[in-house]
Design a protein. Structure first.
Length: 459
């Protein structure tokens, strides 16, 4: 009886501790990793590093000097040596360590063994990046960081750089317009495409940038940000008037650049430029970011007259995509589908959009439209996105690299409030003033106090 009582007294707290750990692992994975997962994975890595590397085929024969030294001092069997390991650096989501590759090894050898390393050390995923020739970094992620997105604290936005999502390796995904000037974002309804757009607008609203929108859904997506927009077109008729103004603005900026190129021969080389970023800051025009939501609405036609209007708008968009970067004009095109079936010029315009972000789509053909021409292996990853994970997407560019990302939640009210508080940053562009959206009048606040009726006048 005494033994049973003792067992119950000891087993009760242990069961409660185990249950608490299991609950924390599911609902608070970050806390679980910091308290339980990190020590366990570190212990596994330190105790099994050599054997795991040997099992993965990442060991090499020791040098002749080392083999002779081992035989002379210990007379043991000379075993292959693993890559030299650096210090283990814990993070809030995993571990990081660097490996110095042995002669004859390449980073692809380590990347091919990433899945084996993940199971051996008990982590969610292992990612391999090249630091410099002969040195790679292993980024071990302890849990699925895309299940509940928490952006890193050190993600301060820079000029024309907006951290909009989190990569699956726990690093921020930054939309950099200086590096990738034009982008295409595809996604079905309720896939998170609008959330991605909100983060872009809210991030750029705090910068000295002109924001221009074309939203043919009567402005329901971009109208809440009207306080920060320099121009907004809410139907194709307004868009066909706005696009020529942007073309003229681009041509004026090219004239400004050409005037700087034609200066005296004694001018220093650093003052000669081929884009606006080489101009002196006092002469440099403000960058312009054009958001096009539901781009298919600009392509759809129902009559011959609308077809001519469509061809004109598509031609102007293609010109902006081809020539706008040097003039500081960038495109962010969003839609549900964007293929050749939209009509003439669709494929040509898509080819100019370097950055690609594909959310959940309704068919494989839509994923191929976004990623098939730059990263074919990413198409299957885009098709595997579940409806229960809105905001999850596959991001790639023309370099062939791709990764899964997820955008954190940002309410429409918070994004609109950011635009209202940044309304003073709207730049002065006279050509766009006729297209400046009217600010919505807030509804009157109903008083909760009882109504006071006037006292009737009596003789």
């Amino acid at each position: 009886m005494t033994d049973l009582t003792t067992l119950l007294e000891v087993g009760g707290p242990l069961a409660a501790l185990g249950g608490g750990a299991a609950y924390t692992r599911v609902h608070h994975p970050g806390v679980y990793w910091s308290t339980v997962g990190l020590p366990l994975s570190t212990a596994r890595l330190l105790s099994s590093y050599g054997s795991v590397m040997e099992a993965c085929g990442l060991t090499v024969a020791p040098s002749r000097f080392r083999a002779l030294a081992v035989q002379a001092t210990t007379r043991r069997e000379v075993r292959p040596v693993p890559p030299r390991r650096g210090l283990i650096r814990p993070t809030s989501t995993g571990l990081r360590l660097r490996l110095r590759l042995a002669p004859g090894q390449e980073p692809a050898d380590v990347a091919a063994s990433a899945e084996r390393l993940r199971h051996a050390w008990g982590v969610h995923a292992v990612y391999v990046t090249t630091v410099k020739p002969g040195v790679v970094e292993l980024r071990l992620v302890g849990f699925d960081v895309l299940r509940k997105v928490r952006m890193p604290r050190k993600t301060a936005a820079d000029f024309l750089k907006v951290p909009v999502a989190l990569r699956e390796d726990s690093t921020p995904f930054v939309r950099d317009y200086r590096t990738v000037p034009h982008g295409l974002t595809l996604g079905a309804t309720l896939s998170g495409k609008s959330m991605y757009l909100r983060h872009l607008v809210a991030g750029l609203a705090r910068q000295s940038v002109a924001l221009v929108g074309i939203d043919c859904k009567r402005g329901v997506e971009l109208a809440p940000f009207a306080a920060r927009l320099s121009a907004l077109a809410t139907d194709p008729d307004q868009a066909v008037e706005l696009l020529p103004v942007l073309i003229k603005e681009m041509e004026d900026r090219y004239d400004l650049i050409k005037s700087r190129q034609g200066i005296a021969p004694t001018t220093p080389d650093e003052e000669v430029t081929s884009d606006i970023w080489g101009l002196p800051e006092r002469e440099r025009p403000v960058p312009v970011v054009l958001f096009v939501d539901e781009v298919a609405e600009l392509f759809l036609v129902a009559s011959k007259k609308e077809e001519e209007r469509r061809d004109e708008m598509v031609t102007q968009l293609i010109r902006l995509a081809q020539l706008g970067r040097a003039a500081g004009i960038y495109l962010e095109v969003c839609g549900q589908r964007f293929g050749a079936e939209l009509g003439k010029g669709a494929t040509m315009l898509r080819a100019q959009l370097t950055g690609r972000v594909c959310h959940r789509v309704n068919d494989e053909a839509s994923a191929k439209m976004a990623l098939g021409d730059i990263a074919p292996e990413a198409v299957s990853a885009a098709c595997a996105i579940a409806p229960e994970l809105p905001g999850l997407a596959v991001a790639g560019d023309t370099s062939g690299g791709w990764s899964r990302i997820r955008t954190p939640y940002l309410s429409l009210a918070d994004a609109a409030e950011t635009c209202r508080t940044s309304a003073h940053l709207v730049p002065d562009l006279p050509a766009l003033k006729p297209f400046r959206p009217d600010l919505p009048v807030p509804p009157p606040v109903e008083s909760t106090a009882p109504a006071v009726r006037p006292r009737p006048v009596t003789d």
